[in-house]
Design a protein around this ligand. Structure first.
Ligand code: CAA
Length: 377
């Protein structure tokens, strides 16, 4: 694996770093109050960040997958909220249409998603189907030229704000995972109801909602892929989506480490910076090592994906390790900051709250271990 970024990738890194520092950082407090970052997303659309890997023919920036991962990593150092919105919008909101859509579906949706005019969301999880995604209960019944969907979804990132929803429902309940189909649903479809926005521990500027479908009519031309292909579509896109969440985790961990190093060198106790104490400097050393290991796993998975090679196991390993690193490093960062770390005056408590969910969404750490262990058999 080449550990050096290409010139194009370095340009992406610089552009996103500058944007995050100049545009996002001043708005982090607003995001913490739960304000959805419409304005930031619009600017990201203008910069080509909402369709980084989409082909130019569909209005995308046509850059490689590693460039996309660089963007999520850099954005998440400043705001994990923006990191997750972009990851869900791209990996599981737009890519299912790009990889499994008809030419007509691609032409209709991808240019608007890639420009940021539309925001995407992914609707798989249900109240009784989380890790066991294949047991979903939402039903889709064909009547003439449309499907009628009934059911409900939970924990839908970007829900309520998104314009396009990739919805998974069972068209053949007796067939288990092979009876699941995928649909592209426009936000104004009658019968689509946006429910409660969850009050979360972290990621306050990101929306996480419940959705209900009541006799929701989806035209047959909005079936994505073939009937019964839905579970495969969900899993294939989650494989790749998990690298995005791993990059988000890496960004959070790196930000917490950088803040800890800075603070430990400035904070004087007993007449010297606290970094001069082995108890603190060893914490920093462990943070640095874990962040570096996470970086290697994240960019290895991204590199394989950029080459078009299989990366399911590597993606799960990257997500498992990077999310664990984010939780551990942010916990230790609060310890380095002491009492100040427990207050909202410093960003480490936000990093800590934002980190935890990376071990949960897009497949819990336990699910990643299942995927990894199956590949080792
Ligand atoms: N790619 C393509 N096909 C796949 C696949 C993949 N990664 N994984 C499984 N499949 C196929 C299998 O090959 C199998 O088909 P065949 O029978 O033809 O071989 C079929 O799907 C069923 O596979 P399994 O028997 O392995 O399915 P399972 O029910 O045991 O589940 C699982 C496997 C890996 C545990 C899966 O259920 C899973 O990943 N669960 C976690 C769900 C998840 O990640 N949810 C996240 C929600 S989205 C989210 O969080 C986004 C957000 O908002 C931030």
């Amino acid at each position: 694996m080449n550990l050096q970024f290409t010139e194009e990738q370095m340009m992406m890194q610089k552009m996103v770093r500058d944007f995050a520092r100049e545009v996002i950082a001043p708005q982090v407090d607003q995001l913490e109050k739960g304000e959805f970052p419409r304005d930031i997303l619009a600017q990201m659309g203008e910069l080509g960040l909402m369709g980084i890997t989409a082909p130019a023919a569909y209005g995308g920036s046509e850059m490689d997958f590693t460039s996309y991962i660089i963007a999520i990593h850099e954005l998440s150092k400043v705001s994990a909220v923006i990191g997750v919105i972009l990851s869900v919008h791209t990996s599981v909101g737009t890519n299912p249409i790009l990889y499994f859509g008809t030419e007509e579906q691609k032409k209709r949706y991808v240019p608007k998603l890639a420009s940021g005019e539309y925001l995407g969301a992914f609707c798989l999880t249900e109240p009784s189907a989380g890790s066991d995604a294949g047991s979903l209960k939402t039903k889709a019944v064909k009547h003439g030229d449309y499907y009628e969907l009934n059911g409900s979804k939970v924990f839908i990132t970007n829900g309520g704000e998104a314009d396009v929803y990739i919805v998974f429902a069972s068209t053949e309940p007796t067939q288990g995972t092979k009876g699941i189909s995928a649909f592209i649903v426009d936000k104004d479809t009658p019968g689509l109801f946006i429910g409660k926005n969850e009050k979360k521990m972290g990621l306050h500027g990101s929306k996480t909602v419940q959705l209900t479908f009541e006799q929701m009519r989806v035209p047959e031309e909005n079936l994505l892929g073939e009937e019964g292909e839905g579970f495969k579509i969900a899993m294939a896109n989650l494989d790749v989506g998990r690298i995005g969440i791993a990059a988000q985790s890496l960004g959070i961990a790196e930000a917490a480490m950088n803040e800890s190093v800075r603070y430990a060198n400035e904070r004087i106790q007993f007449g010297k910076p606290i970094a001069a104490n082995q108890g603190v400097s060893f914490k920093l050393a462990d943070m640095g090592t874990a962040v570096e290991a996470a970086r290697l796993l994240v960019y290895r998975a991204a590199h394989l994906r950029s080459l078009g090679k299989p990366c399911r196991t590597e993606a799960s390993m990257a997500k498992l390790f990077a999310s664990k690193t984010a939780v551990e490093v942010t916990t230790e960062a609060i310890q380095v900051f002491g009492g100040y770390g427990y207050t909202e005056d410093y960003p480490v408590e936000r990093y800590f709250r934002d980190a935890k969910v990376t071990e949960i969404y897009e497949g819990t750490s336990e699910i990643q271990r299942m995927v990894i262990s199956r590949s080792l058999e």
